[in-house]
Design a protein around this ligand. Structure first.
Ligand code: NAP
Length: 373
């Protein structure tokens, strides 16, 4: 490695954003490249992980300072950029605040402890649009929306505990020693299996079960989301925005939303998903109250196991690859989950994708990976 080469540490490289960040850095035309890329996660490499995405796959538990220190201190004289795409999800937001801030602080402490001047120059911090809507997982969705959509980056912090606030404070605490960019995606769409929140795979697993059991593919959301607009973030656009944020002077110490740049109604998206998955479209039926997908899936683990066995899919437990409760919560919002991309465009990031084409692309990937049929 030359002394001037940029060196990235992508923390959370097996996750939604992490893998796409590594792939965006690996792109031969990536700004700041060619990059030396360290991709880090807690667990060993999953079988589907494309080894070419990183130069070195490393593992450490960021919650554990000694482990973080042992693994990262030998790299502190090389790493110029950290891409933060890790997440811990606990039982309460207080847990999330404590553990996520320990993880980030441990990594930054180790990377800034030894070298003077500090080799590390920039951190891209991934958070999300729940910055604008409060603690969706811990209160009822009906009282969650506080800012009026479309969400703008300059909307102030809501008066709820939120681990995103603390992560922002950690990066800002480095003052002029370190620049940062903060990236706020909506629902992230990608194809992988190690994520806490994987919206597309959750819907895909539900569709496979419906097909297998000849059951209708029902909508677990409400009329509001069926009829109103929502947005998404293709992981490829997000990966590109991180790299842009890390390498553009104008983006330094700024916050950017990151969505595909278009909107859709769930009615339209459901119709599209039905065609893609090969299941029958069932109109929204509120006759007997909202359809409870979480309840419906409670006893389906063995059905999924049978599908995996009979169809020769990659052996993964339904519980580890789905997030039915989170999907249901989002589909029952009574506000439009829509963020403005104006600031991002004004600052020069022009990445976008058609959300329908994006969903088709990632469903194709899930099939290629033999995760779904
Ligand atoms: N998923 C979405 O739809 C979505 C939407 C908006 C915003 N966000 C936000 O985006 C950020 C990243 O989430 P994500 O969904 O991209 O993550 P993710 O797909 O769940 O992946 C998390 C990554 O972090 C790693 N990790 C977790 N704990 C670790 C530890 N102790 N030490 C080292 N690595 C660890 C995981 O590796 P192991 O599996 O090996 O632990 C994995 O690579 C979060 O702030 C999240 O709130 C996500």
């Amino acid at each position: 490695m030359s002394t001037t080469q940029n060196c990235a540490l992508v923390v959370g490289v097996t996750g939604m954003a992490g893998l796409s960040i590594a792939q965006a850095l690996r792109n031969p035309t990536a700004q700041g490249g060619p990059w030396l890329i360290y991709g880090a996660a807690r667990r060993p490499k999953p079988t589907w992980f494309p080894s070419s995405a990183v130069d070195h796959y490393i593992t450490f538990d960021a919650v554990n300072f000694d482990d973080t220190y042992t693994t990262l201190s030998p790299l502190s004289s090389q790493i110029t950029h950290v891409f933060w795409a890790a997440i811990y999800v606990g039982q309460t937001e207080e847990d999330n605040i404590k553990i996520n801030s320990i993880m980030l602080s441990n990594v930054l402490k180790v990377l800034t402890a030894h070298t003077r001047p500090i080799k590390l120059r920039h951190i891209t911090l991934q958070t999300g649009t729940s910055q604008y809507i409060g603690p969706i997982h811990f209160t009822s969705p009906s009282d969650a929306a506080q800012h009026e959509p479309p969400f703008h980056e300059d909307m102030g912090r809501l008066p709820y505990p939120n681990f995103y606030h603390v992560l922002e404070d950690v990066v800002k605490s480095y003052g002029s020693d370190l620049t940062y960019s903060i990236h706020r995606p909506s629902i992230i769409i990608s194809a992988l299996t190690r994520s806490v929140y994987n919206f597309l795979l959750t819907l895909a697993v539900y569709a496979e079960i419906c097909k297998y059991q000849n059951a209708p593919f029902k909508y677990p959301g409400n009329r509001y989301t069926w009829e109103h607009f929502c947005d998404m973030s293709d992981a490829r656009v997000l990966g590109e925005q991180h790299v842009w944020g890390a390498t553009n002077e104008k983006a330094k110490n700024e916050v950017f939303n990151c969505t595909n740049g278009d909107v859709f109604s769930w009615k339209k998206m459901r119709g599209f998903l039905c065609e893609e998955f090969g299941v029958e479209f069932v109109p929204l039926d509120e006759g007997g109250g909202l359809f409870d997908l979480v309840e419906e899936m409670k006893d389906k683990e063995n059905v999924w196991d049978r599908i995996v066995e009979e169809k020769g899919l990659v052996k993964l437990k339904m519980e580890e690859i789905t997030c039915f409760a989170a999907v249901q919560t989002v589909l029952r919002f009574n506000f439009q989950l829509v963020s403005s991309m104006n600031k991002s465009k004004e600052f020069g990031f022009l990445g976008y994708v058609d959300s329908f084409k994006s969903v088709r692309f990632w469903i194709g990937k899930l099939r290629d990976m033999k995760i779904i049929l």
